[in-house]
Design a protein around this ligand. Structure first.
Ligand code: URA
Length: 434
């Protein structure tokens, strides 16, 4: 086979066979196909798309370019959750212990933040001592014994995706639904999970800005899962404002602890319970979403989920004392208010910009190897639909320097204050099943 023939086939809207896709990914991973040819192929996919069969096989070929964990010797239906990324999205942190304490094993392989979105691993690392780099044996032992582990992918997971993503990043080919779906699934299926719940974010703080695009991505994720024999469901959830009231690593851990103490913000609580219910049904622990939601609410109310979070921290070398005293988490030196410059009602929030503001404070990465300040971030005092008077605090910046005038300006511009409340968006827009 020759790569040029596969490129021209895709350029001319042909359909690549499984053998061709497998060959391409194998040769590219081995270094026998140069990046310029892969770039041309990716651009052809960007314009001409992929058939469902191509997209699914592309995902599997990338999955098998690296290690795939085998968790079949761990009893129970293993269920993981994947979010396509948002601002203030800390849901994995209360969710894993909540589902684990109800008997469903949760083998979570998570990521780090880049750009305006945060990453679960960075947030967990704000807990003193917390180790996200476990060996495969440790990871499996933990999933078997306490039903939960949240770790970083090893270098060996889907190396083809790592290289292809780097090429997409610099060739304008990231925003392609088959390429995004293949990329996500090549990593997600590598954890050896039996079932997956997808949280596909939609709105001005998400990758997918429209319901139409989010639905297409959700359908692709569910279809690839089905072909892989993994049960799944996808929720399209709102990202037209940050989730909860915190953006920033240790701030989001403190908020997650509040959720586990059953006193977190209503949206984070509701989404955690909704995703937990889906996971409990897929994991065979409840016959209906209604019963599953009741089980999850009970475990939040009686402290079982909180205890499971302490167990997770302890198992991964962290200091569980942060749960009883969140002031033990890294704290920023200064609190700097951003105030409203007029009276009215918050009718729009540019979520992406708030994520970028947290990044500029030092809480996120502009480049992959940036070192984070885990203490800094934003605490939102006002969310969509809240009335404000001129001079009210909209957001409290947690900063390690007072030199933040630009960031104050950025946050102030991200808030739009109008005469009346906006139309209320549902937290969950749609549920997509196979
Ligand atoms: N997340 C991924 O893992 N890959 C993409 O292509 C986009 C988001």
């Amino acid at each position: 086979m020759r790569m040029v023939d596969l490129i021209t086939k895709k350029r001319d809207r042909g359909e690549l066979t499984n053998e061709e896709l497998t060959w391409m990914i194998e040769q590219y991973t081995a270094g026998s196909i140069p990046d310029y040819q892969m770039s041309a192929f990716l651009m052809a996919v960007y314009f001409n798309g992929m058939t469902d069969a191509e997209r699914n096989h592309f995902a599997f070929a990338m999955l098998h370019s690296g290690d795939v964990l085998d968790l079949s010797d761990i009893p129970g239906i293993k269920v993981d959750k994947h979010s396509t990324g948002g601002v203030g999205d800390k849901i994995s942190i209360p969710l894993a212990p909540l589902v684990a304490c109800l008997g469903v094993p949760v083998p979570m392989i998570s990521g780090r933040g880049l750009g305006h979105t945060g990453g679960t691993l960075d947030k967990l690392e704000s807990i003193p001592g917390f180790n996200v780099n476990e060996s495969e044996a440790q990871f499996k032992k933990q999933v078997r014994t306490i039903h939960e582990a949240i770790v970083s992918a090893s270098r060996e997971v889907a190396p083809a995706d790592r290289r292809i993503y780097a090429v997409r990043d610099v060739t304008g080919t990231v925003e392609s639904i088959p390429l995004i779906a293949g990329s996500i699934m090549s990593k997600k299926l590598a954890s050896g999970t039996n079932a997956l719940v997808f949280d596909v974010k939609v709105g001005n703080g998400a990758f997918m800005k429209t319901i139409k695009d989010a639905r297409a991505l959700a359908k692709a994720l569910v279809s690839i899962s089905q072909t892989a024999g993994v049960k799944s469901v996808a929720l399209l959830t709102d990202m037209n404002q940050p989730l909860g009231i915190t953006i920033g690593n240790s701030l989001e851990i403190a908020e997650s602890i509040a959720v586990l103490k059953n006193r977190g913000p209503r949206d984070v609580h509701a989404l955690t319970v909704a995703l937990a219910a889906q996971m409990l049904v897929l994991g065979g622990k409840a016959p209906s979403l209604e019963i599953a939601s009741g089980l999850a609410e009970d475990a939040l109310r009686d402290g079982r989920a909180l205890t499971a979070f302490k167990q997770l921290i302890q198992a991964q070398g962290g200091d569980p004392a942060v749960v009883d005293d969140p002031r033990k988490l890294p704290q920023a030196k200064y609190r700097i208010p951003v105030t409203a410059d007029q009276s009215g009602v918050v009718d729009q929030i540019d979520t992406n910009t708030l994520g970028l503001a947290a990044m500029q404070l030092g809480g996120g990465r502009a480049k992959k190897d940036d070192v984070l300040n885990l203490a800094v971030g934003l605490v939102l005092h006002k969310k969509l639909g809240t009335p404000v008077s001129k001079g009210d605090t909209l957001v409290m910046l947690h900063a390690d320097t007072k030199d933040v005038a630009d960031i104050v300006g950025l946050v102030q511009k991200a808030y739009h204050i109008g005469p009346s409340a906006p139309k209320k968006s549902p937290l969950i827009h749609e549920i997509i099943r196979p």
